[in-house]
Design a protein around this ligand. Structure first.
Ligand code: CP
Ligand code: NVA
Length: 338
C-alpha cells in the first residue's frame, strides 16, 4: 500500500525525508508522462474542493489542471463564497465537505483553520498557503533544484533565501532543509528572521544529517558561493499595505540585484522566485509604491536579474502543477499503478 494514502499535507514536516523525496520522484514521472502525452488518468470519479480565502494564480490553476489531467472534478470556493467561519463553524463545514469530496485544498489567512479542517473532515487536506507555511511551493522548488542538479544530493546544494524570512516561505524552506538536508542560509535583517521556535526545531532535526541552516544579516556571509539565491515578496498576502514603508527600510539592501549575484562569487548562480514577483513597474502594487516611496528598479528583485533567470523561474512555476499532481495521486490512491 502507498503509505501517503489519505494523508494530509499541512506542512512539510507532515512527511519524512524519504516520503518527501518519493513525492518529488513521482512528480518527475508524472511530468514526463504528460510531456510525452502518455498520462494515465488515475483519479477518475474523485471530487476535490478548492477553498481560496486569498487570491492565487499558480496554486489554483495547478490544482485544477492537475485534477483535470487525472480525470478528477473540482469545485472552486473563492473568497466569501462559503459559510466557513462566518455562518458555520469550521468544524461543521469540514464535516460536510468531507462527506461530499475526496480531498480539500485550503488557502487562507489562518493556519489554525486548516488544522481544524483536517481534524474534522476525514479526507486529505492540502495546504495551498497559509500565513505560516507554503508546502506545495517547496515541492516545486525541490523538483526544480533536482532538475538543475540531478547528480547532486540536496545536502550538496547551497541556497540563500534573501528578503523577508519571517513568513510562510522562510518557515517552509527551513522545514524542507531540515528534511532533505539543504545548506540553507536565510539572509535578512533580524526583524525578518523566522520565528525562533520553528528555526530551533528545524536546526534540532538536522543534528544527525548533512546540510546546515543559518540565519544571518550579513549578505557576504550568506550568499558567498551559493548555487541558488531565492527570494519572495517583502509584503505577503494578508499583511497591511502600511507595512511597505518599514519593509522597504529594512530590506532595500537585501534586494536581489546584479551586485548581489557578483558577491556570490559564482558566475553560474541561479535565481529562484516563488512568484508573483515585483520586478518591474507594470503592476498596480509597484506603481503605488513608486508614488508613495519613490522606490524603483524592482522591489525584492531587479528586472535585469529576473529576466536573466526567467527560464528557471517559470519552470519552477510550471513544476507547481506536476508536484501538486503528485500530492493528489499519493494521497487519494491506495495503490499507485501506471
Ligand atoms: N507561488 C504561488 O503560490 O503563486 P500563487 O499565489 O499565484 O498561487
Ligand atoms: N509570502 C508570499 C508567498 C506567495 C506565494 C505570500 O504569502 O503572499
Amino acid at each position: 500500500m502507498n503509505n501517503l494514502y489519505q494523508r494530509d499535507c499541512l506542512r512539510l514536516l507532515d512527511f519524512t525525508s524519504l516520503e518527501l523525496q518519493n513525492i518529488i520522484t513521482l512528480a518527475q514521472k508524472l511530468k514526463q508522462y504528460k510531456k510525452n502525452n502518455k498520462e494515465i488518468q488515475l483519479l477518475k470519479k474523485k471530487n476535490i474542493a478548492l477553498i481560496f480565502e486569498k487570491e492565487s494564480t499558480r496554486t489554483r490553476c495547478s490544482f485544477e489542471v492537475a485534477a483535470f489531467d487525472q480525470g478528477a472534478h473540482v469545485t472552486y470556493l473563492g473568497p466569501g463564497s462559503t459559510h466557513l467561519g462566518t455562518k458555520e463553524s469550521i468544524e461543521d463545514t469540514a464535516k460536510i465537505l468531507g462527506r461530499l469530496y475526496d480531498g480539500i485544498q485550503y488557502r487562507g489567512h489562518h493556519h489554525s483553520t486548516i488544522e481544524i479542517l483536517a481534524k474534522n473532515s476525514k479526507v486529505p487536506v492540502w495546504n495551498g498557503l497559509t500565513e505560516k507555511f507554503h508546502p506545495t511551493q517547496l515541492l516545486a522548488d525541490l523538483l526544480t533544484i533536482k532538475e538543475i542538479f540531478p547528480e547532486r544530493k540536496f545536502y550538496e546544494i547551497k541556497c540563500a533565501y534573501v528578503g523577508d524570512a519571517h513568513n510562510n516561505m522562510g518557515n517552509s524552506l527551513l522545514e524542507a532543509a531540515s528534511l532533505v538536508g539543504l545548506d540553507l542560509r536565510l539572509v535578512a535583517p533580524k526583524e525578518c528572521w523566522p520565528e525562533k521556535n520553528i528555526f530551533k526545531f528545524c536546526k534540532e532535526q538536522m543534528k544527525n544529517k548533512k546540510g546546515n541552516i543559518i540565519c544571518t544579516e550579513n549578505i557576504n556571509e550568506g550568499v558567498k558561493n551559493v548555487d541558488f539565491i531565492y527570494t519572495d515578496v517583502w509584503v505577503s498576502m494578508g499583511e497591511s499595505q502600511e507595512v511597505w514603508k518599514k519593509r522597504i527600510e529594512l530590506l532595500s539592501s537585501y534586494q536581489v540585484n546584479s551586485l548581489m549575484l557578483k558577491i556570490t562569487n559564482n558566475p553560474q548562480v541561479k535565481v529562484l522566485h516563488c512568484l508573483p514577483a515585483l520586478h518591474d513597474q507594470k503592476t498596480c502594487t509597484v506603481k503605488s509604491i513608486l508614488k508613495k516611496y519613490g522606490f524603483k528598479n524592482g522591489m525584492e528583485i531587479t528586472d535585469e536579474v529576473f529576466q536573466k533567470n526567467q527560464k528557471i523561474i517559470f519552470e519552477q512555476a510550471e513544476n507547481r502543477l506536476h508536484t501538486i499532481k503528485a500530492i493528489l495521486v499519493s494521497s487519494l490512491l491506495k495503490t499507485i499503478k501506471f
